[in-house]
Design a protein. Sequence first.
Length: 375
Amino acid sequence: FSSLNVTCLMFFGQPVALTMEFSIVASTHGLSAALKSRSGRSIINGNWAIDRPGKYEGVGTMFTYRRPNEVTSTAGESFLAEGPTNEILDVYVIYQQPNPGVSYEFILPSDNPPQHPNHRPGGNTLHGQSGIDHRGNPNQEGYDPAGGGKYPPQVPNNQVPAVQPPKRQREYNWKLSGATECSASCGRGSRYTIFRCVHRLSHEQVPGNQCDSSTRPSSQEEPCNLQSCPAFWDIGEWSECSKTCGLGMQHRQVLCRQVYANRTLNVHTSRCRHLEQPETTSTCQLKICSEWQIRTEWSACSVPCGVGQRTREVHCVSNMGDFVSNEECNMKLRPSDNENCDMGPCAKSWFFTDWGNKVCRTEDMDSHHHSLTLF
C-alpha cells in the first residue's frame, strides 16, 4: 500500500479467512496448491488433478487461479478472491520435492474504524513495524491479542498515539492435543482433531469447564493413512456345472481389487502378483452317470427238453466302471436278466433195454427169468 486504509487490517502468518491471497514462492518446481471447502468440495486442483489457470466459483465467491508459465515466468502460483466467503476454506500444498515454504496474506475489515481516518507517510507500518509478525505474535504496544489481531488505531502525525492498557489474558486456553484414531488402517481414512483445555503457562491439562466453551475450535476432519491397501483376489461364485451327470466344467470370476477411500476398485492383475492366483475353471460332477451293462452270456437251459429258464448277469455300472445300486440307473431301460428256453418236445414212445438175468425158482424145478427194463 502507498498509504494505509485504517478500515482494513493486513494479516500474515495466520490461518486464512475471508478475503485472501495465497501465494507459492517463485522458482518452485513440482509444487502446486489445491483449494477445498471445509465441507469437502474441491474448488481448484482437486483429486490430484491440476486445473488450468482461470476463474472458479466456490463458497460464495469467485476465485482467480494464476499459474504463470513455469519456464518463462518467475512469478508464483496464487488464488485471488474478493469474498466474502460463506464457508471455511482449506488450502493444500501438493509437492513432489521438499517444501521450500509457503506464504500467504489476507485482509479483514476493522471492527472499530476511527472516525477521522488519516494517512500516514512511510507505508503501512507504525514505528516501522506491522501489526503481526510472521509468527503471528503481536509486536506493537497496545496490540490486543484477544481481539483477533486488530491493527491499533491510527492517529495524525502531530499526535502521540494513546497507549491502550493490555487486556488481561485468559488463564486457560484451548490447545490442539492430537486427533482421534484413523477410521481406516490404509486406503485413506479420516480422523478428527482434539482440543483440550490447558493452563496458559504450564500447558497442563485442566477440566474443560475452565476454558470458555465459545472459543473452543471446531474439530476438523483430516485425511490419514493415505497409503494404498494391499491388493487382493476377489473370488466370485462358481457357475453351474456344464453336465447334469458325470464330469463337466464350471467357471468363476477372479478379479484383482484394491480398497481406497472406502471404495473397492478393480486394478491390474500385476498388483496381485505377490499372491497365488486362484483357479478360474474346475471340473465338476453333480452325480454319477450310470448305465445298464450285460456282463455275461445266457446260461444253459434249465431242462433237457421242453420249456425251461436261462439267466444272465445285468448290472448298473457307473462311468467309473463300478457296480452301483440299481436306483442309479433307469429301471425302465433295464435289460432282462432271465427268459424262457425251449429244448424241444420230450419223447412219448416206449423205450426198452436188453433182458437181464434173473433165476426164477419153482417147487419142482429151477427156472430162469429174464427181466426187461422199460422207459
